[in-house]
Design a protein around this ligand. Structure first.
Ligand code: SAM
Length: 474
């Protein structure tokens, strides 16, 4: 029985409710009157229910679809301005005891090289990432209680935060590790993590169990209820996602929004981010073996409908996607992207920007540009690449972050922080061309800080950054 307030996976992600939702959406896919009323509700920028959003996702009326895309673009601008937050993944270990059929780290894969970074190797990786200009990381590991126990992850987080190399610093470590216990989530919270990210992969229980035939990840309820345990453990920024391509996208879309509604209902705060990965080619993985791959147009529609349904939730796109696909996605709702990423264990240190080690890689990266190229590209598209990590360091997490979004103060906070962290990047890491483009962009963007006093402080701080000071934030 569907109940968003329940703590049981099968009640807050109720299969019957999803199937009814999909049926309702199909029956109303060209119901102009209903679609108009949903768009009007969405225009109030307070979000939509999973049922309403499912109707928009299925909508077949060309003119209404144009309105949906336009509204997504507008909400993106209103809530996130032209800032795009930058991050990079850091793979610590690909030892794994699971059997995920889409992931080359599955334990039956005997020919992929297995590697776990030592603390010294992590230092080298982090220095390489700092030298690119990164300030925010997403830690990735396979699930292996012997090789990658929680103590290893905690020690690695401490190592990362402690590294001070030139002007570099990793100021926010997000963590994407397997579902774990409340006790371990408390430890991650105490270690100072930013967001806890865990992709559901698929919300469809039967498919989930087939796609994870063995290992701890096989347990659908344990995996699906992980965010509740994370929040119970004190982590209030959690990141959802599904791996598109495994199951019917319409099913996943409804499940994802029901999960968001559940977190809001139970914990009073929805997901901090939603990621939209698609299955990619990898070592022994052929993405065409999965029947539910989605084309770029469907992918764009999903992004637009998520943007409209949960306007306060950040959206992440990784280098799994090509430059062209990312460009389109940015305008429709994406607020965070990775750049210069390596998905192998130890893929950063000691390699030139052109060299890519493949032996321990998790999946092929489509956007292979360096961070500098991505930053340059973003600015030429009119975006401000932001290396800001202030909210979490100022305690603005969970509902405090959401209230900042809701009262519109974000423009007096995130916008200046974006400009100041971009300035740091330009001073310390950018190529001459990127620096030129960035300096002009900052000049033209200062006027867009609404509060006069704040604007004055920003101008002052930008000058101080030029003279060598670092790490200003609101
Ligand atoms: N091991 C952790 C877990 O079990 O949740 C998460 C870390 S894993 C390195 C990060 C994510 O990569 C997975 O949750 C999955 O969605 C994604 N992934 C795995 N194989 C992939 C593939 N072939 N293409 C694209 N993404 C993939």
């Amino acid at each position: 029985m569907y109940n968003p307030n329940s703590l049981k996976a099968e009640e807050f992600i109720d299969d019957a409710e999803i199937l009814e939702t999909l049926d309702y959406a199909q029956k109303n896919k060209d119901n102009a009157e209903l679609i108009d009323s949903i768009i009007e509700k969405a225009e109030k920028r307070k979000g939509l229910s999973h049922r309403e959003a499912a109707v928009l996702l299925d909508c077949t009326l060309a003119d209404r679809n144009e309105r949906i895309f336009e509204l997504a673009r507008q909400i993106k601008k209103d809530f996130y301005g032209n800032r795009i937050v930058m991050f990079a993944p850091l793979y610590l270990s690909n030892y794994c005891v699971n059997s995920c059929v889409y992931c080359p780290y599955h334990c039956q894969n005997k020919h992929i090289a297995r590697k776990k970074l030592t603390q010294e190797e992590i230092r080298q990786e982090v220095i390489a990432l700092q030298d690119m200009g990164h300030k925010r990381l997403a830690l990735e590991t396979g699930e292996d209680p012997v090789n990658n126990p929680i103590e290893y992850v905690l020690e690695s987080i401490k190592t990362i935060y402690d590294i001070k190399h030139k002007n570099g610093a990793i100021r926010r470590v997000n963590v994407n590790i397997a579902a774990t216990t409340v006790e371990n989530y408390c430890k991650l919270k105490d270690a100072g993590i930013g967001t806890y990210i865990l992709f559901q992969e698929t919300y469809h229980k039967e498919s989930y169990e087939k796609l994870h035939p063995a290992g701890p990840k096989h347990n659908y309820a344990y995996h699906t209820e992980a965010m509740d345990r994370a929040m119970e453990g004190g982590i209030d920024d959690v990141g959802l996602g599904v791996l598109f391509g495994l199951e019917l996208y319409r099913y996943e879309f409804a499940g994802l929004l029901m999960h968001a509604e559940h977190l809001e209902a139970v914990h009073g705060v929805g997901p901090h981010t939603i990621s939209v990965p698609r299955v990619k080619k990898a070592d022994d993985i052929d993405p065409t073996a999965f029947d539910n791959g989605i084309d770029d147009d469907t992918f764009a529609k999903i992004i637009a409908c998520i943007r409209i349904a949960v306007p306060y939730t950040g959206m992440i796109i990784s280098t799994r996607e090509s430059e062209a696909c990312r460009e389109k996605a940015l305008s429709l709702g994406i607020s965070q992207i990775s750049g210069g990423s390596r998905t192998s264990v130890g893929g950063y240190a000691g390699y030139s920007p052109e060299e890519r080690p493949h032996d321990t890689e998790q999946f092929d990266v489509s956007d292979q540009r360096s961070l500098d190229e991505v930053v340059n590209w973003l600015m030429k598209l009119g975006y401000i690449p932001s290396f800001c990590t202030a909210c979490y360091r100022e305690g603005r997490t969970g509902d405090r972050f959401m209230s900042l979004c809701k009262n519109g103060q974000i423009q007096n906070c995130c916008h200046p922080n974006a400009l100041m962290t971009l300035k740091e990047y330009l001073m310390d890491y950018a190529s001459p061309d990127t620096r030129d483009v960035g300096v002009k962009l900052i000049e033209s963007e200062i006027g867009n800080v609404p509060n006069e006093k704040v604007r004055g402080i920003v101008v002052d701080n930008l000058a101080k950054i030029e003279q060598g000071s670092r790490d200003f934030r609101f």
